[in-house]
Design a protein. Structure first.
Length: 133
């Protein structure tokens, strides 16, 4: 519970940031199966509430990728775990998750992505996306 509150607080503190990874130098993108964080973003952004937004996560090959999405008040509105292998996209290993916005109201949402691999520290990134009618 305490860890969840810490994550929520971190998300709310970075509300003014587009993404914790927006300044990643292109030369530092993960190559092949390296387990390191590259770009993490939502597209389209803003997204229409009748559609979906896709979370693109460059993390190399992870054992598991956990996604949590919060509303502006810090309440969790969606969570999932990705256990499958990443796809190769433009030479990089990346995960893409389609978040259905059915039933989601207009507003700003914050996502926390945690990539996990046995014997390695978790890779964590935060960002935000907007949903419009």
């Amino acid at each position: 519970m305490k860890r969840s509150l810490t994550i929520i607080a971190s998300v709310l503190l970075c509300a003014g940031l587009v993404s914790a990874q927006s300044s990643v130098n292109l030369l530092n993108k993960p190559q092949e199966s390296d387990f390191q964080l590259g770009e993490v973003y939502a597209f389209p952004n803003p997204a229409k509430s009748t559609g979906k937004t896709t979370l693109h996560i460059e993390a190399g090959v992870a054992d598991e990728v956990e996604i949590r999405i919060y509303d502006a008040s810090g309440g969790i509105v969606h969570q999932t775990r990705l256990l499958e292998n990443p796809r190769r996209i433009q030479g990089l290993y990346a995960y893409e998750y389609d978040w259905s916005l059915s039933g989601i109201g207009s507003g700003v949402y914050f996502f926390v992505v945690a990539a996990k691999k046995a014997g390695r520290s978790d890779l964590i990134s935060m960002g935000k996306c907007a949903v419009i009618k």
